[in-house]
Write a protein that binds this ligand. Structure first.
Ligand SMILES: Cc1ncc(COP(=O)(O)O)c(C=O)c1O
Length: 422
């Protein structure tokens, strides 16, 4: 397959740059090549120049059922005839809530929101209200959205604002510890009595897709219990993806609160805060959580249709099988072309980059990887019809099957050949 050319995308991008900063509506997209897509279907994307792409970016994760999954699309289209938002309750809310809580198994109550960013803030506020304490602990390299108290980068071992205009003092509301280091967490919790919550991505999907080492999440749970600290799992990526009950089910550790998004609604913008009734019930009055678009009709229809599909036809074994075969193919192809690609993570979400092949266990290991070099290679992959995130994470969907594996393997082979030539 020769390198793709995209005259129409180039025209559209030029126009977009005159309309919106950088030509994109989310800064995360600035790193991707400027391709304009017409549509997505299953595991495929189709651009405006007539090219198709095997998609392993999945819209940064939400399209776990593939693009435009028929049962979700039909349910949303049908239910939208009722309207969109009423600023009041509607008949789909209870069913969406029941399905979600029943799927999780451990949580008593749920509140729907729209994005992971704001729902993480709701969880932190609730933890502060419940404990009367002000600070929280997060892990270096974790992503909990783009707001001032959680968006950071590490400079000389210190957590610094990652964006101009960010209020640096908001980062002082948290203590940062390395992921997979229960001893460091123990120390912080021992030294400070103002900690309301520990928020953790159970798998660090935003940082090299780092799984928890055996016993880590159990230790985090134990330490939180010992100090009366609220444990929040940020399952925005892992939820409904690693198992129906997310990382909590997969690793057998139950948080007090958890935040969901992405995979739970077949590509629709829905997030959820779930948790123990003793905490969640504070939202019935003392603690404010609001949002005009929370639990809209399309959102609830999407949740009901997606969770019904995930429960009736669990895709998890198929996703794991596809991911495992794909990881193996990438490793073999890279070795054959003499390209030092390294892979780590789970089959449903894994990380590819250049650099030291040693497994990394926390964000400091990222320094050993050539992330910029990989971001360039992601463009080469796009030029050969494989759409991936420049930051290295690959997501597998329920729609990826043998045809996609075959196409992806051929295309990755061609991209590696082109990379090796240079
Ligand atoms: C773990 C995690 N938490 C929170 C967020 C923020 O979610 P959203 O982009 O919906 O605001 C993300 C987004 O990628 C995420 O990966």
């Amino acid at each position: 397959m020769s390198t793709l050319t995209r005259a129409r995308s180039a025209e559209l991008f030029e126009r977009a740059c005159s309309l919106t900063p950088g030509g994109v509506h989310s800064n995360v997209r600035l790193a991707s090549p400027p391709v304009f897509f017409e549509r997505g279907s299953g595991a495929w994307l189709y651009d405006t120049d007539g090219h198709d792409y095997v998609d392993y970016l999945l819209g940064q994760g939400p399209n776990f059922l593939g693009h435009a999954p028929p049962s979700v699309t039909e349910a949303v289209a049908r239910e939208m005839r009722r309207g969109s938002v009423f600023g009041a309750q509607h008949v789909l809310e209870n069913q969406a809530g029941e399905l979600l809580l029943d799927s999780l198994g451990w949580a008593d109550k749920v509140r729907f929101g729209v994005t992971g960013t704001e729902t993480d803030q709701a969880a932190l506020r609730l933890a502060r209200a419940a404990t009367g304490r002000t600070k929280f602990v997060r892990c270096g390299g974790a992503y909990h959205g783009w707001l001032d108290n959680v968006l950071s980068t590490t400079v000389d071992g210190q957590s610094e604002p990652a964006s101009a205009g960010q209020l640096p003092h908001h980062l002082q509301d948290s203590y940062v510890v390395p992921f997979n280091d229960a001893a460091a967490l123990d120390t912080v919790l021992t030294e400070h009595d103002d900690i309301a919550a520990v928020i953790v991505e159970p798998v660090m999907c935003n940082t090299g897709v780092i799984p928890p080492v055996p016993g880590y999440l159990e230790n985090v749970r134990r330490l939180c219990d010992q100090r009366g600290v609220v444990l929040i799992f940020d399952e925005v990526i892992t939820g409904f993806r690693l198992a129906l009950g997310g990382a909590a089910e997969r690793f057998g550790v139950t948080p007090d609160l958890a935040v969901y998004g992405k995979a739970m609604a077949g590509g629709w913008p829905v997030a959820a805060l779930a948790g123990k009734a003793s905490l969640m019930d504070m939202l019935a009055g003392a603690v404010t959580h609001a949002g005009t678009f929370n639990s809209s009709i399309p959102a609830c229809a999407a949740v009901i249709a997606s969770l019904s599909l995930l429960r009736e036809h669990p895709p998890y074994a198929g996703v794991e099988a596809h991911g495992s075969k794909l990881m193996e193919s990438i490793e073999k192809l890279a070795a054959r072309h003499g390209v030092p690609l390294r892979i780590q993570g789970l089959p449903a979400a894994f990380h590819v980059s250049f650099g030291d092949s040693e497994v990394i266990h926390d964000h400091t290991g990222l320094a050993k990887l050539d992330l910029a070099g990989y971001a360039e290679f992601a463009k080469t992959l796009a030029n050969h019809g494989v759409w991936v995130a420049p930051r290295g994470v690959w997501y597998v969907s329920a729609a990826h099957g043998d045809d996609e594996l075959r196409a992806a393997t051929e295309r990755i082979d061609a991209a590696l050949a082109s990379h090796a030539e240079r």
